[in-house]
Ligand binder design. Sequence first.
Ligand code: COA
Length: 374
Amino acid sequence: MAEKKLEGAGLRGQVAGKTSLSTVGKEGKGLTYRGYEIEVLAEKASFEEVAYMLLYGNLPNQKEFNTYSEKLKKLRALPNELKEVLENIPASAHPMDVMRTGCSMLGNLEPEGEFKNQNSSADRILASMASIIVYWYKFSHEDIKVDLETEYETIGGHFLSLLTDKEPSEDDIRCLDTSLILYAEHGFNASTFTARTCASTLSDIHSCITGAIGTLRGPLHGGANEAAMEMIEKYSSREEAHQAVLEMLDKKEKIMGFGHAVYSTEDPRNKIIKSWAEKLSKSGNDETLYQVSEEIEKTMDEEKNMFANTDFFMASAYHYLGIPTKLFTPLFVIGRTSGWAANIFEQRADNRIIRPSEEYIGPDHSDWVDIENR
Ligand code: COA
């Protein structure tokens, strides 16, 4: 018999601290970053502008933005020692483990030091993430030591051009940029809470972000975009997908990319990335993946009254961009690094070590038995 869940399991609905970074599913507000609606940011901002706003507290003016973009661009190259570590990680490794090791190694080579340097470290980590994953991927899968200098202004353009070896289209860059904006920040989710817990011990930023990457790796969190893709690509028609979802639900299996711990009626990021997935599907020569995704969304709505979260259509959007499935969750890392770092700063600015209480459910008393008598 399944054990009864502890009251308040998963800390659901409990306020664990204050933030001025985002609202998630608040009535009348939806998803906002520092008061800006996600719909507005996805339409008007670049990812770098959003990252600046989260990390520095305000939207940059043109001069600040130019300086910031230029700074991030110069920080994309990786130290040789880090490249050597990446070259030693096998192709079979999980790319999230590569991200975790990459961030941790960077912390060995360029430790944060005093917290007054926190912005420099955050900018460096943010600028390096795309380089870390693509450098490892190209080396381990294609035997290429990729040149990490690119002319692209955005991290999205930099990532796509390194990965695909060709000039990405404006639409492709904008789609990736938008996805990074959607992933940038999201309240006290599991990985951000990990980062804040680590920061609350006054640990360094690399440790906080390394821990957050490990937390994001799981299929119930960031790994859902890859899990969704693995499911969607199995079906070659709407009918097949519909039938398969019915069978999975019958067996009480979870459909990845659906449901949410906070949102109850919709994930506001879904419609934004869904429209990108649709647009890209029409510009290519195969709309099947999009149609299958749409059918699964419809079936989940009809059968379970459940809605797609941002990871579901992120899967088809990334697929249409030509990104291998195993790199989907690392892209989540690239976007969320800005939010993690902003949360670390916020935690440090008004810190108390995070140490919740527990409900003890073990035995009242245990009698010691010497080892030879057990
Ligand atoms: N597919 C089918 N059923 C689902 C489901 C899904 N994706 N997500 C939740 N449910 C069902 C559960 O089986 C449970 O049913 P029950 O009450 O009959 O046991 C009920 O809905 C509540 O689910 P629960 O897992 O307790 O909700 P949660 O708030 O703890 O979890 C998620 C939220 C996001 C972890 C959960 O919905 C999930 O695992 N989704 C799939 C993974 C995913 O997409 N993660 C990315 C989140 S952005």
